[in-house]
Design a protein around this ligand. Structure first.
Ligand SMILES: [Zn+2]
Length: 336
């Protein structure tokens, strides 16, 4: 008789997958399709929209006013893992008010829980309304490429580069201006066992000048989209400090569970089921890979923060994100 195979954690993996089950910081209409990025080349038309909400951090900070136009939502978000599994708009980084999730992240950092800290801390994210030139019939799509640094920053830098000293190319369609297709490549990068997408080679194709086959259809689709577009900031879900506090209890419980698991591991107790074994294997592996050096030292004898991404091995470094943050902090300090 064949031996029963080990549960390889498919169910757990499925339950933990990113995607539709994750609660976003926007109250999106049910029928809005999501643009799914694919590895390799992508084409999108970024749509402009009017700033309408006092909740918009740019308005709160006084950088923009209601009635101004924009092409992106650029905000800090806490991306909570299980059990709450939701994105939470960060009150501290977006508005400058005190907020317990950021305090909690700091506690985790101070107590050396780097893995948990990396999950809980606020991350800068960008979001767009777009049209897919290869799927115009679906109309407006929601696009969440993830990190500001990998998408938003590259996009605006490239648009600036194309301007050749004049004002930045007006690449987001507002119904009155020239329409551009934004082309870019998505490249999978791997750190240890996880992978993420980096975006490169942004190009701006003017549909009038560059002989795009379906230019007429695109124009019609943009016109229609501009009639229906909803300001992304008006869909923002901003939780109150009280609501956020309740979430933290859930997170803390979750992290305490992790602690217990770690203790169990140390005692070499037999686990309840095979699935737990798999989790622990992964944890062990991660610990093995993790260098014992402190958080502000490069494990590869480069200068932490300063030499960020200088060598090929940086891409696979455990402290990649921290090093990146440090580099940003250095730049900020040097500006002052
Ligand atoms: Zn926060």
């Amino acid at each position: 008789m064949k031996k029963k195979r080990k549960d390889k954690g498919y169910t757990a993996s499925y339950d933990n997958r990113e995607g539709d089950s994750r609660k976003l910081i926007f109250d999106l209409p049910d029928n809005i399709p999501i643009y799914n990025i694919k590895e390799g080349s992508n084409s999108i038309i970024i749509l402009a929209w009017e700033i309408k909400s006092k909740k918009n951090p740019m308005v709160v900070k006084g950088h923009r006013e209601i009635g101004d136009w924009t092409f992106e939502m650029d905000v800090f978000v806490h991306m909570l893992s299980k059990p709450s599994k939701m994105d939470v708009f960060c009150l501290n980084r977006n508005y400058g008010t005190s907020e317990s999730l950021c305090d909690y992240a700091k506690e985790l950092y101070d107590s050396g829980k780097e893995k948990e800290y990396a999950f809980v801390k606020a991350k800068r994210r960008v979001y767009y309304w777009i049209l897919d030139p290869n799927d115009l019939d679906k109309g407006i799509k929601f696009y969440s490429p993830g990190s500001q640094m990998y998408f938003g920053k590259e996009l605006i830098e490239e648009a600036n580069e194309c301007s050749k000293g004049e004002s930045i190319i007006d690449f987001s369609a507002d119904g009155d201006n020239d329409i551009y297709i934004v082309k870019f490549r998505a490249v999978k990068e791997e750190i240890g066992k996880s992978s993420y997408l980096k975006y490169k080679s942004f190009r701006f194709i003017n549909i009038e000048n560059d002989e795009v086959d379906n230019a007429k259809d695109i124009k019609k689709a943009v016109e229609k989209a501009m009639e229906n577009i909803v300001s992304l900031d008006s869909l923002l879900i901003v939780k109150t400090e009280d609501e956020i506090k309740k979430l933290i209890y859930l997170e803390e419980d979750n992290n305490n569970d992790d602690d217990n698991e770690e203790k169990d591991e140390k005692k070499n107790k037999k686990s309840k089921c095979d699935e737990d074994d798999d989790d622990k294997e992964e944890e062990k592996e991660e610990k093995k890979n993790k260098k014992s050096k402190s958080n502000d030292e490069c494990p590869h004898d480069l200068v932490f923060g300063k030499d960020f991404e200088k060598e090929k091995l940086c891409n696979k470094c455990d402290l990649w994100e921290e090093c990146c943050d440090e580099q940003a902090a250095i730049k900020k300090r040097n500006k002052k």
